[in-house]
Design a protein around this ligand. Structure first.
Ligand code: HEC
Ligand code: HEC
Length: 196
């Protein structure tokens, strides 16, 4: 008798876990994949790739979209009915997918981007991106991974930080973005997009 209920309890838990795992994949396939791709490789350079993006950072962004702290007409309806558990599961799913390197149209811009990324621009006061986002561009738990991100998306975010239309936690990045020239921003975005 005790043995049976134990077996049932174990089975019950197994079935429950499987149902939860399925629903994340279903949610991805039926909703997120339209823009971010089934494996987190975005379908357009205007959408961020989520593959390999840091889990905690993504949970924070999803919460910020939901709370309206990061304003996005596209993302706010996507998160409206997501609870904490589902956000955590979606972030875990995408962070476990492998990131991909992008090809750039002009290789000669890469050394310029690498210089800005590693050393900044001491003449205009741009800090080295690597100081916060890491030498490999993989970020930290709470800082975004930039390596392998779409160049167009990165450029768009730098512009939004500069114009203060990306409003969540933009203090550090407003200072950075407001000091970059358009050429430096393009160079650093292209450099990052082809990083592994
Ligand atoms: C219709 C297209 C679309 C769909 C569907 C969509 N997204 Fe997004 N997502 C975007 C866009 C565009 C952005 C960039 C937001 C901005 O800055 O305006 C974004 C940003 C994000 C970010 C922040 C990434 C970063 O690097 O800061 C996360 C995380 C995210 N989406 C997760 C999801 C999840 C999870 C789903 C499914 C539940 C989803 N998205 C569905 C278009 C979409
Ligand atoms: C002082 C630390 C710091 C430095 C230096 C820094 N960043 Fe950031 N960056 C941040 C933080 C913090 C965020 C996340 C903001 C948030 O949570 O919304 C961020 C976010 C970003 C994003 C948004 C990524 C995404 O997925 O949406 C981009 C793009 C970016 N940084 C590029 C750069 C570049 C390029 C440089 C160098 C020119 C740089 N950063 C230097 C702290 C820094």
């Amino acid at each position: 008798m005790r043995k049976t209920s134990l077996v049932l309890a174990v089975l019950g838990i197994t079935v429950h876990l499987e149902a939860a795992a399925m629903s994340v994949e279903e949610r991805v396939a039926s909703q997120c994949a339209t823009c971010h791709g089934e494996k987190g490789q975005s379908v357009s350079p205007l959408f961020p790739s989520l593959a390999g993006q840091n889990r905690e950072y993504m949970v924070k962004q999803l919460n910020d979209f939901k709370a309206g702290k990061r304003k996005s007409e596209t993302m706010s309806p996507q998160v409206a009915d997501l609870g904490q558990e589902e956000m955590a599961a979606l972030a875990a799913y995408f962070s476990a997918q492998p990131a991909k390197q992008h090809r750039v149209s002009d290789e000669e811009i890469i050394p310029v981007g690498r210089y800005i990324y590693r050393k900044g621009n001491s003449w205009s006061g741009v800090p080295a991106c690597a100081d916060c986002h890491g030498a490999d561009g993989h970020g930290t738990a709470v800082l975004p991974r930039l390596a392998g991100q779409s160049s167009r998306y990165l450029l768009m975010q730098l512009k939004e930080f500069n114009q203060r239309t990306r409003t969540n936690d933009n203090q550090a990045m407003h200072m950075v973005a407001s000091r970059l020239t358009e050429f430096e921003a393009k160079a650093v975005a292209d450099y990052l997009s082809q990083m592994p």
